[in-house]
Design a protein around this ligand. Structure first.
Ligand code: ADP
Ligand code: MG
Length: 324
């Protein structure tokens, strides 16, 4: 790597990395040296984001920096883990100070809010792409997993899923919305919130959990497959936000948007009946909605029913998962 690229690492990354007591040696050597607190397990997850595929190459760099970290923190949230460290693999076509400044504002803005330290990475020249790996802590045996759902468990989702997917349709000019709603939907797409507090509160309460990146139906299906169970969702219990309702008016179309829209990074989780009270006690302090949307069943497959008992069809493609 050239001298200017070392200067780039110092200026943009080493200088801004947070200090944490468990970082024995951070950016600048061949490896970082990190101390996992005794009695904790390490939870590790990586996401790769490719320009032109996961985000538009000309997208706002601050939004890219935020989202690259947020989607990883969301994976830790889904396991109930507490974030600690992050590494960053960055490929950029050129050293563009404005782009890097914007990226770092988004990335470190979020990292600082969650006390996450950047401890290393790799920087190369090439088509714009990012790999972010997060490391967090969980108590052994207590992490939220996908394989613990049992028949009779209730199914919940945080927040208002479906909004980010509509935000993407707006960007692609496949949809129009009133200006105020459009602003909310776009923000949900570009500035997702990882539900870290919620994930940690669900330890000892939820029997299974996943974060919603590919759409609520598809991600819930991962819980169903891993747990070898099925599920019945109630269309009229799906949380409809004001922005979603202002953009999509038909009730069935709203349900489809909520179940199939991706990029929300909400948590979908299951709770056994005897722990429902514990859930409501904890959810009272959350800064987002927590909606019961259905129940786990013995019979495999996922269905969604309207109030009159008729089945909601989600259309082509992904819906095969539903109709098993
Ligand atoms: P090496 O050649 O030994 O792999 P590099 O020259 O790639 O090391 O990187 C030098 C130091 O800078 C290392 O500590 C590495 O972790 C860190 N680093 C490189 N790129 C980044 C980045 N994008 N973010 C954070 N740290 C980085
Ligand atoms: Mg080396």
């Amino acid at each position: 790597m050239s001298e200017s690229e070392f200067a780039l690492i110092d200026r943009y990354f080493a200088a801004r990395a947070r200090k944490r007591a468990d970082v024995v040696l951070g950016i600048g050597d061949d490896c970082a040296l990190l101390a996992v607190p005794s009695g904790r397990q390490l939870a590790v997850s990586i996401d790769v984001l490719v320009g032109g595929r996961h985000f538009l190459a000309d997208a706002d760099p601050e939004g890219i920096g935020h989202k690259a970290l947020a989607v990883n923190l969301s994976d830790l949230a889904a396991m109930g883990a507490e974030p600690a460290w992050v590494t960053l693999g960055l490929t950029v076509p050129a050293v563009d100070a404005d782009w890097l400044d914007g990226f770092c504002r988004g990335f470190f803005g979020l990292a600082d809010r969650h006390n996450v330290a950047l401890v290393g990475g790799d920087t190369t020249r090439g088509a714009l792409a990012l790999a972010v790996q997060v490391h967090g802590f969980v108590e052994p045996g207590r992490a939220l997993r996908r394989d613990g759902a049992r028949p009779g468990d209730r199914i919940f989702v945080t927040g208002t899923p479906g909004e980010a997917g509509l935000g993407l349709e707006l960007l692609q000019h496949r949809l129009t919305a009133p200006p105020a709603a459009a602003a909310v939907l776009r923000r949900r797409l570009e500035r997702p919130t990882a539900r870290l507090t919620q994930g940690r509160d669900l330890i000892g309460v939820a029997s299974a959990a996943i974060d919603v990146s590919d759409g609520l139906a598809q991600d819930l299906d991962h819980i169903l497959q891993r747990s070898a169970v099925g599920a019945r969702l109630e269309a009229n219990r799906l949380p409809r936000s004001a922005a979603l309702a202002a953009t999509v008016t038909d009730a069935d179309a709203q349900a489809v948007a909520i179940l199939t829209g991706g990029d929300d990074y909400e948590l979908c989780f299951t709770v056994p009946p005897q722990r429902l009270e514990a859930l409501s006690a904890r959810a009272r302090s959350w800064d987002c909605a927590c909606s019961e949307i259905g129940v786990i069943e013995t019979e495999p497959g996922l269905c969604c029913v309207r109030a009159d008992g008729s089945r909601l069809m989600l259309g082509h493609g992904g819906y095969d998962h539903f109709s098993a």
